[in-house]
Design a protein around this ligand. Structure first.
Ligand SMILES: [Zn+2]
Ligand SMILES: [Zn+2]
Length: 351
């Protein structure tokens, strides 16, 4: 074991503060990574404040962070994918059973015995796993990703959660080239959805509640922007979409969006509103429409996403902060006051 500097919260009402955590010495299949940037995901805030206590209660102290990018500084004797000095990424998962049908199909994100990057039982050290708000992390090489060298690393970090969360459903829907694709919401997830849909060759329409986001949506790659409060504007698009990616985590009427889908159109949810969303059967029956959900992506698909980003020069739009500003960043995140993701410069931990 060795000690690593980190930021942790001691209780659901405590701010994140400087601490030291244990990390395991790399086993033969492990990669040790010096963390350079870690994105701030909304789930970090939910977990730190124990807001998902009914589904996954937080164990304190918690070290959040699952949008990790850094450089390998040690590898175990059996590691074949990485060598010291390589760029490396780690997302929401650090382990799974490797044997269930989902793992065998490369869908580790759906494994019933997965280990999440933070606040999940730690099979090696006991207690729970500690995430990326730290100077280093040790992870089985299967869960470590190669990062294209041409990309800006601060903007790569959010690809490991927000990126794969939006890439996977767009990809799984099939060839969306020249198809009409909607993206609901323009936050951390939505802005990545726009970039990917555009890169896949779709006709991209952004739905936003705020007129002020119009210009930015176009800059990010949207062909059209619809202000969803405007019923007439919405009605003009009725029955015309092939696919809609819904990234909204707050309460909203999804029937309004289902109504915009054409025959066999699909709306996929990647945001997670707290309360159940009412769905009118008629919204689905007419047009044989479907409603789905999607959860991050498997390791192979996450690597495919990063390679795609390398080829198309795609990264998240980030505001870089030092770790000392993390509590302030949480407050700003809750007010959607960030374009479009915070990326923590982890070298600030050394200062
Ligand atoms: Zn996340
Ligand atoms: Zn499994």
């Amino acid at each position: 074991m060795f000690n690593a500097k980190a930021y942790s919260a001691a209780s659901e009402t405590s701010p994140l503060a400087s601490t030291t955590i244990p990390r395991r010495d790399p086993t033969e299949h492990d990669v040790q990574i010096e963390i350079l940037f870690c994105g701030i995901c909304h789930s970090d805030v939910h977990s730190v404040r124990n807001e998902w206590s009914s589904v996954m209660p937080t164990v304190y102290p918690i070290v959040p962070g699952h949008e990790i990018v850094g450089r390998v500084n040690k590898v175990g004797s059996a590691v074949t994918k990485f060598k010291s000095g390589d760029l490396a990424g780690v997302g929401c998962l650090v382990d799974s059973d490797h044997t269930c049908p989902n793992c065998q199909d490369g869908l580790e994100q759906l494994c019933p015995n997965q280990t999440l990057t933070f606040n999940s039982p730690d099979r090696h050290l006991g207690g729970v796993t500690y995430g990326g708000y730290s100077e280093s992390i040790v992870v089985d090489e299967h869960f470590v990703l190669h990062v294209p060298a041409n990309l800006d690393l601060a903007g790569v970090a959010p690809l490991l959660c927000a990126g794969i969360t939006t890439y996977s459903p767009l990809r799984r829907w099939g060839d969306i080239k020249r198809k009409k694709v909607g993206v609901v919401g323009l936050g951390g997830l939505g802005h990545m959805g726009v970039k990917f849909a555009r890169a896949f060759g779709a006709h991209v329409v952004v739905f936003t509640t705020s007129e002020s986001k119009r210009e930015d949506a176009l800059r990010l790659g949207a062909h059209e922007v619809v202000v969803s409060r405007n019923a007439d504007e919405m009605q003009q698009h009725a029955g015309s979409f092939d696919f809609i990616l819904d990234t909204i985590a707050a309460e909203h009427d999804i029937n309004t969006y289902l109504h915009l889908l054409g025959r066999d159109g699909n709306l996929t949810l990647v945001g997670a509103p707290e309360k159940p969303l009412p769905v009118s059967a008629f919204s689905l029956i007419f047009g044989r429409r479907s409603l789905s959900g999607s959860l991050i992506g498997g390791l192979a698909e996450t690597q495919e996403m990063l390679d795609f980003c390398g080829e198309h020069n795609i990264t998240a739009d980030v505001e870089i902060i030092p770790i000392q500003k993390v509590n302030e960043a949480y407050e700003r995140l809750l007010k959607s006051d960030v374009k479009y993701r915070f990326s923590i410069d982890m070298t600030s931990l050394k200062g």
